[in-house]
Design a protein around this ligand. Sequence first.
Ligand code: NAD
Ligand code: UFG
Length: 340
Amino acid sequence: MRRILVTGGTGYIGSHAVVELMAAGHDVFVADNLCNSKLSVLDRVARISGRRPEFAQIDIRDRGALRKLFAAQSFDAVIHFAGLKAVGESVAKPLLYFDNNVSGSVALFECMQEAGIKTVVFSSSATVYGEPPSVQFREDFPTAPVNPYGRSKLMVEDVLRDVAKGDSEWRVALLRYFNPVGAHPSGLIGEDPNGVLNNLMPYMAQVASGKLKELSVFGNDYPTIDGTGVRDYIHVVDLARGHLAALSALGKQTGVLTVNLGAGRGYSVLEMVNAFSEACGKPVPYRIAGRRPGDLAEYFADPSLAHQLLGWRTQLGIDAMCGDTWRWQQWAAANAAELA
Ligand code: NAD
Ligand code: UFG
C-alpha cells in the first residue's frame, strides 16, 4: 500500500482514479480547489469504495497551503489531475490557463521537491501533437499544440522533463489521454460538465435524456468510414487504471515515461450515435451540420508503448462507454439537486 496525493481528485477523471486507487489498497488524499467539481462526489466515491478519501480544499497555486499539507502528511507519489480543460475558454483567457495549469504545476512540483516527493503522474493530452505523419499517433510524433490549453499541457511536460534531467531521483509519467468518456459502472460518478457542452458524449447523453433537442454532427464529408469524424474514445475506468499501471512502472525506474493512453482504434460520430441509441433504447436525434473549425478528420492512439512499458491496455468497449454514461446521466437527472 502506498499513500498517494491526488490533485483534482474530485473531478471527472480524478474521482474515477481515486476509486481505482482505493480498490487497489492505496491510501488516498485528495486536494482540489473545487473550481470545477463538488465535494459531494466524495460521498459517492465512499458509497462505491466503502471508504472516504481524506480531502483538503487547496489551490495548487497556493505554495503556503501546499507546504503546510506536505509538512503535515507524507506521500509516496502525486497523481496530478488539477487543471482547467476547456479549449475555447483557453483561447479567450490564455493567462488564466497558463497561470492555473502551468504556474500551478510549477508550484506543486517545487513543493514536492522541497518535501522530497519525487514521483508524479501527470495528465497530459493528445492535443500536444502537431501535424501528424499518420492517423495513428505515436509518442515520438512532433508536438505543436494549436491552442493555449494544449500549449499549457506541453509546457508542463517540458517542465517535468527538465526537472527529471536536473535531478535523477525524479520518476515522472506523462500520460497523453485520447478522448475520455464513460462513467463508473455503478452510475454514481461521471462527468458533470458546466456551461456550454462541446464534447460529443455529454452532448449525446443530454439529447437522449430530452434536455437538448438534437445532436449536430459536425461534418459528414471527411475521408473516413462514413464521412464523420473518427476519435479514439477511452472508457474513464480504463483510463483511471492506466494511472495505477504508471505508478507501478515508476516504482521500477527513475526518469520520464511519455505514454499515450488510448484504445488504439477509432469510432466515427455515427458509430457512437448508434451505440448510444442502443444503450439508451431509443434513437438519438441528430442532424448533419457543417464541419467544426479546427477538427481533424481522424486520429487514434498507437497504444503499443503503454502496453510495453506499463503492461496496460484498454478492456472496456463502446457498449460499456455508452451504457455507463447513460446510467450516470439517469442518476444525474434524478439527483439534480445534489449536483446543483
Ligand atoms: P475536471 O475539470 O473534471 O477535473 C479537474 C479538477 O481540477 C477539478 O475538480 C477542478 O476543481 C480542479 N482544479 C482545477 N484547477 C485547480 C487548481 N488550481 N487547484 C486545485 N484544483 C484545481 O477535468 P477532467 O476531465 O477530470 O480532467 C483531469 C485532467 O485531465 C485535467 O488536467 C485535464 O486537462 C486532463 N485531460 C482531460 C481530458 C478530457 O477530455 N477530459 C483529456 C486530456 C487531458
Ligand atoms: N462532434 C460532433 N458534434 C458535437 C460534438 C462533437 O459531431 O456536438 C464530433 C467532433 O467533430 C469530433 C468528435 O465528435 O469528430 C469528438 O469531438 P469532441 O469534442 O468530443 O472531442 P475532440 O476530439 O474534439 O477533443 C477532445 C477534447 C479536447 C482534447 C482532445 C484531444 O475535447 O479537450 O480531445 O485529447 F484536447
